[in-house]
Design a protein. Structure first.
Length: 140
């Protein structure tokens, strides 16, 4: 089984928070994903500063077991990769969305990302206490 991918997310974004809450129960055993905020030490330690500056401030996926610099997925590619790894209908939906050319997908992603802080306020429970059974899946 491949190593889990790490989903880096904007810890101050309500939409990103909801996305992580969507993914966690669909990976019940935690074999597919780990999670860490873009503002945390895990992201800073894994991705060199020069590269971090060029990445979006929403969702970044680091594929497990791959070279850290080459294995980063961003924007719509990151979202579709996550959906594909979730399997089932999400994988089918991901496959269908991949029929749309990447520049068009990324344009749509960028439009949502540009208004996400206004549309999706940071929830009060954005930093809840993580239940013990999930703690090893959330990195600092």
């Amino acid at each position: 089984m491949p190593e889990p991918d790490t989903i880096f997310y904007d810890g101050a974004c309500g939409l990103c928070h909801r996305w992580i809450r969507f993914v966690v129960p669909r990976d019940p055993g935690g074999e597919k994903f780990r999670f860490a905020p873009l503002q945390g030490p895990t992201f800073a330690g894994r991705i060199e500063e020069r590269r971090r500056e060029s990445l979006p401030d929403s969702i970044v996926v680091q594929r497990g077991g791959d070279d850290a610099a080459a294995a980063l997925l961003v924007r719509s590619a990151a979202v579709l990769h996550i959906m594909k790894r979730l399997g089932g209908g999400w994988a089918v939906l991901s496959g269908l969305a991949r029929l749309v050319p990447p520049p068009v997908r990324d344009w749509g992603y960028d439009r949502v990302a540009s208004v996400r802080h206004r549309l999706f306020k940071k929830p009060d429970d954005a930093c809840p206490l993580v239940p013990p059974e999930l703690r090893d899946r959330f990195l600092p």
